[in-house]
Design a protein around this ligand. Structure first.
Ligand code: ADP
Ligand code: MG
Length: 378
């Protein structure tokens, strides 16, 4: 999946209004009928149809017919557009660059940030493939709606950002959290390679202890990474690891905490044995009473990613098997490059009009495309 820089460049403010109207309308409608789009976008007369046609041509929205009417819905490119537009207005993303990774449920880009420095853009794409496996699709339908990939992707990004922030603030080796909007997280670029690509390290025993200490330190802060493996550990030149990828983190008070904790530990043991032929009799064991220094999961909840959000995302992850171990379930980006575009995209911010959107459209109060910065989906 690409970020369509062309769409970003040639968008009028009316197109933008219409796109935003469809996003707002989607909160209550599986597919949004044209009259509602007209109303939400304040575009009168038949005018709105022209914009709709245009957005379809650019593959930012799609039309669909249900039993009652023809309506329109956002597709990923349209949602990408809205997020990028917001980030670029905030100044945290100033151009769109190269794609460096295609994950199971994300696309990773290196882009230019506020001071032209390189930053990483992680676009969460839940539902790209996994809704097919969801056992009970109804849970993701809001009354006659299709599974809300938009909502789940956004939750995932919110969670990642919330955890990254709390971890960063407590001195954990994680990328610098920069910004988040909708399904997109902006973070510092780590100059390092995934452990997966490292064939030799000077002292495997030292790295092994560092990683196990990290698992223990997380647990002492009330957290388990949940996907602590060679894909999500980046190794810097100085030998220090940086941990990434947080959508599946769980609290040590989670009912399956011990299982997740042991799985993280086992991942490292297995990898070290296989890759470096290193084995140790020492490895951490889960103790619920591990004298907790902090309760970071509580701090995360306080940051706006609520327990309810967490529960909802966890349910989805369980249903699609997204909490299986990454190493076993996904192809490595570096083994298969097909999907990775090396085309260079440039997004020069402001051609698309200006007055709208500082955040996500608010759903509070009456529906309107004049967005506030609300972030509530409920
Ligand atoms: P996924 O959820 O798809 O596994 P990750 O967050 O693990 O996504 O990122 C996928 C890959 O992108 C990583 O293995 C790493 O190579 C690269 N990557 C992600 N974030 C960063 C970052 N902040 N700095 C450098 N590389 C990164
Ligand atoms: Mg990963």
């Amino acid at each position: 999946m690409r970020l369509d820089a062309k769409a970003l460049r040639y968008m009028s403010s009316d197109d933008f209004r219409v796109l935003t109207a469809i996003e707002v309308g989607s909160r209550n409608h599986d597919i949004v009928p044209a009259p509602l789009i007209a109303q939400l976008s304040h575009i009168r007369g038949g005018g709105v149809n022209r914009y709709i046609g245009d957005l379809i041509k650019r593959k930012l929205i799609a039309s669909e017919t249900n039993s009652k009417y023809v309506g329109y819905k956002l597709i990923y490119a349209g949602y990408d557009y809205l997020a990028l537009k917001t980030l670029s207005k905030r100044g945290t993303v100033t151009s769109v660059g190269n794609q460096i990774g295609v994950g199971k449920e994300s696309d990773i880009f290196v882009v230019a940030g506020e001071d032209e420095e390189q930053v990483v853009l992680k676009v969460h794409r839940l539902g790209r493939q996994s809704f097919r496996n969801v056992k009970n699709k109804r849970d993701y339908f809001r009354q006659d709606q299709s599974p809300s990939w938009m909502y789940m992707s956004r939750l995932s990004a919110m969670k990642e950002f919330a955890f990254m922030k709390v971890l960063y603030e407590h001195g954990f080796p994680v990328p610098k959290p920069i910004d988040q909007n909708r399904h997109v997280v902006v973070m510092g670029l780590v100059d390092a390679f995934p452990l997966r690509q490292i064939t030799e390290v000077g002292e495997p025993g030292k790295l092994y202890s560092t990683l196990m200490d990290l698992i223990v330190r997380l647990a002492k802060h009330g957290l388990i990474h949940g996907d602590f493996n060679e894909f999500n550990i980046l190794l810097q030149e100085n030998g220090e690891p940086v941990l990434i990828d947080f959508p599946q983190m769980v609290s040590t008070s989670h009912p399956n905490a011990e299982y997740y904790f042991n799985r993280d530990v086992d991942c490292i043991r297995t990898f070290f044995k296989r890759r470096f032929n290193y084995e140790s009799v020492l490895y951490p064991k889960f103790r619920l009473d591990a004298d907790k220094d902090f309760n970071l999961d509580v701090q995360v909840a306080a940051s706006g990613f609520t327990k309810k959000d967490q529960a909802q995302l966890e349910k989805y992850q369980e249903d699609v098997g997204a909490n299986q171990n990454e190493g076993e379930t996904r192809s490595d980006y570096y083994d298969s490059h097909e999907d990775v575009s090396d085309e260079e995209f440039v997004y020069s911010g402001d051609e698309a009009g200006s007055e709208e959107d500082e955040g996500e459209p608010s759903t509070k109060g009456k529906e309107t495309a004049d967005s506030g910065d609300g972030d509530d989906e409920s």
